[in-house]
Design a binder for this molecule. Structure first.
Ligand SMILES: NC(=O)C1=CN([C@@H]2O[C@H](COP(=O)(O)OP(=O)(O)OC[C@H]3O[C@@H](n4cnc5c(N)ncnc54)[C@H](O)[C@@H]3O)[C@@H](O)[C@H]2O)C=CC1
Ligand SMILES: Nc1nc(O)c(N)c(N[C@@H]2O[C@H](COP(=O)(O)O)[C@@H](O)[C@H]2O)n1
Length: 224
């Protein structure tokens, strides 16, 4: 069985996870604690290259009790600078890339103790990432974005639960929660969302939406 994949993000009322300049600090302190508790609950946390480059995140557990998950970066061309916090020693990090990655950069990361997995093809197959993590004993994965990476997982029905916090802001332009080619209509999406819970955050200004993602046809999994 593949690991269970949770997608978590904070969005504005107009569905953005970041502004046109990449600003993304939307969550209140309670929401950040929820995020960190989730990190402590999972075995691995996944981000895409733009999130790694724009935010320079640590992806560690700091506002909750618990151990740090494995950090996973998907970066097809290995654009991420090698001095990012992701590559420090505070938790293990795995990078999934392709043959587009410069070999000196791979070497530099390996010397820092980062595991670099070069997959076949021009892009990384998210199903391969999830399967690889499963083989290593990972049972729960947290997908932390950004929008493009969310799309790549969702369109392949590789997400099981969505936990989305709606924050009281409007950005007008910027990065969408799910940012890809898009579906023509609601029927085209290969999954359905079932609302599990909608609750007001302790701050009184944000709504936390929790959905289960049901793949319409299990046969479409991993082959779209
Ligand atoms: N408000 C929130 O909760 C969050 C906001 N963000 C924001 O999202 C923004 C970044 O989002 P996006 O621009 O959509 O980028 P992204 O973070 O999803 O990264 C996309 C890039 O990752 C690499 N990548 C992803 N999947 C790949 C695949 N299957 N094969 C090969 N390479 C792959 C590619 O280089 C691609 O261009 C940042 O500004 C960040 O601050 C990110 C996470 C959470
Ligand atoms: N859930 C959520 N809410 C926000 O408001 C956010 N900005 C994010 N961002 C994610 O958290 C990462 C930063 O992590 P560290 O504090 O550096 O450990 C960022 O890169 C996004 O993945 N998430």
């Amino acid at each position: 069985m593949r690991p269970r994949v949770y997608m978590m993000a904070a969005v504005t009322v107009d569905g953005r996870i970041a502004s046109k300049t990449g600003y993304s600090k939307l969550s209140c302190p309670y929401d950040l604690r929820r995020l960190h508790a989730m990190r402590a609950m999972v075995d691995a946390v996944v981000v895409g290259a733009n999130t790694a480059i724009t935010d320079n995140p640590r992806l560690t557990v700091r506002y909750a009790e618990g151990r740090n998950p494995i950090r996973v970066l998907i970066d097809g061309a290995l654009r991420a600078p090698t001095d990012l916090r992701l590559f420090d020693k505070s938790a293990p990090t795995i990078v999934f890339t392709t043959s587009k990655a410069p070999s000196e950069k791979i070497k530099e990361l390996q010397e820092k103790g980062v595991e670099v997995i070069v997959t076949e093809g021009t892009t990384v197959d998210p199903a391969e990432v999830v399967a690889h993590l499963g083989k290593r004993g990972v049972e729960k994965v947290l997908l932390e974005g950004g929008g493009k990476t969310n799309w790549e997982f969702l369109r392949r029905c590789l997400v099981d639960e969505l936990i989305i916090t709606v924050t009281p802001y409007v950005l007008g332009r910027g990065v969408s929660l799910v940012d890809g080619e898009g579906f023509a209509d609601t029927e085209e999406a290969p999954f359905e969302l079932r609302l599990l819970e909608a609750k007001l955050c302790q701050c009184g200004r944000e709504i936390v939406l929790h959905y289960e993602v049901k793949c319409k046809n299990q046969l479409t999994q991993n082959i779209i």
